[in-house]
Design a protein around this ligand. Structure first.
Ligand code: GNR
Ligand code: NI
Length: 173
C-alpha cells in the first residue's frame, strides 16, 4: 500500500475546492486504502483527499486510541451545526509542527456515504466534531491557519518555507 505525499501549506493546491465523487469504483477504493495508510503512518486522526492532491469530496478519519476504527466519508454534507461553539487546539498534517486554537461548532450532524456507498448520518461532538469540520474545510480549500491572524499566518508561512529550504539543503549535502 503506497503512502501518498501530503501537500504542505502554503501549497496553492490546498486551496482547490473538491468535486463530488461520481463513482465508488476500484480506483476510488484504492485511493481510500492509500489515504488510510498515509493517515496512520503520519499519526493523524483525519485526512482529506485535498491533502494528497486528489480534489474529491472524500475524507478518512480515525479518532480511536487503537487506530482500528476507520471512518470513510464520501460526499459529506453538513446537515446541522450547533449554535454552541468551543475553542480547541488544532494541528494539521499539511502544517507540521504548528498548533493553535480554533473555534468550531460543538456538535455537528453530517450525511455521507461510506466506502460501500451506503448513506449514513453521523452525529458528532468532541474531537470527532472538530475533525469533521477541519476536514470539511480542507474540501472547501481552507486550512485551519486561515482562521488565525494575518501576522500569525505570515509567520507560519515563513517558518514552513525555512523548514522546506533546510530539508532541501540536507538532501543536497
Ligand atoms: O491529525 C490531526 N489532528 C487534529 C487535531 C486537532 C484538530 C484537528 C486535527 S486533524 C489532523 C489531521 C489533518 O490534518 N487532517 O486534515
Ligand atoms: Ni488538516
Amino acid at each position: 500500500m503506497p503512502l501518498l505525499p501530503i501537500l504542505r501549506y502554503p501549497d496553492p493546491r490546498l486551496y482547490k475546492v473538491a468535486q463530488p465523487v461520481q463513482a465508488i469504483d476500484a480506483p476510488l477504493q484504492a485511493l481510500i486504502r492509500d489515504m488510510l495508510a498515509t493517515m496512520y503512518d503520519a499519526k493523524g486522526i483525519g485526512l482529506a483527499a485535498t491533502q494528497v492532491d486528489q480534489h474529491l469530496r472524500l475524507m478518512v478519519i480515525d479518532i480511536s486510541e487503537e487506530h482500528n476504527q476507520p471512518q470513510v466519508l464520501i460526499n459529506p454534507e453538513l446537515l446541522w451545526a450547533s449554535e454552541e461553539h468551543l475553542k480547541g487546539e488544532e494541528g494539521c498534517l499539511s502544517v507540521p509542527g504548528i498548533y493553535d486554537d480554533v473555534e468550531r461548532a460543538a456538535e455537528v450532524r453530517v450525511r455521507a456515504q461510506d466506502e460501500h456507498g451506503v448513506a449514513r448520518e453521523i452525529e458528532a461532538e468532541g474531537l470527532l466534531a472538530v475533525c469533521i469540520q477541519h476536514e470539511l474545510d480542507h474540501l472547501m480549500g481552507k486550512v485551519f491557519v486561515q482562521y488565525l491572524s494575518r501576522l500569525k499566518q505570515s509567520r507560519i508561512k515563513a517558518k514552513l518555507r525555512k523548514q522546506e529550504r533546510e530539508a532541501q539543503q540536507q538532501q543536497e549535502a
